[in-house]
Design a protein. Structure first.
Length: 115
């Protein structure tokens, strides 16, 4: 199980690094692309299969954020219609986003910004 998780994350990171080195794309472009890929895989029903095969390894990369956005939007739409679609987008991902903001805040307190 650990090997499969490691391989999935490693392959995602290796492909991302290759794209970063061989193109003029920035890390922001790569992150956006990975989120979009996660959304597409989730919308097509493929990402759930990846989660069952690779376990935690598929829930770690940025691709999972796209998956969480789609799942939240679908659940929100089922519960509340069109408004629920927009409300549900960040429901599943809000914990991760909140933690990232908190960590960024701590970094600003602990480290000096370099010019």
């Amino acid at each position: 199980m650990y090997l499969k998780a490691f391989l999935f994350c490693g392959i995602v990171c290796a492909i991302s690094q290759l794209v970063l080195e061989k193109t003029k794309w920035t890390p922001g472009h790569i992150n956006t692309l990975l989120v979009i890929i996660g959304c597409l895989l989730s919308g097509l029903g493929i990402y759930d299969k990846l989660l069952s095969i690779f376990g935690g390894g598929a829930s770690v990369p940025i691709i999972n954020f796209g998956h969480l956005l789609v799942i939240g939007a679908c659940e929100g739409y089922k519960e509340s219609g069109l408004m629920g679609l927009f409300q549900g987008v960040l429901v599943n991902a809000s914990g991760g986003v909140s933690f990232a903001v908190f960590c960024a805040f701590l970094n600003t307190l602990l480290f000096k910004v370099k010019d």
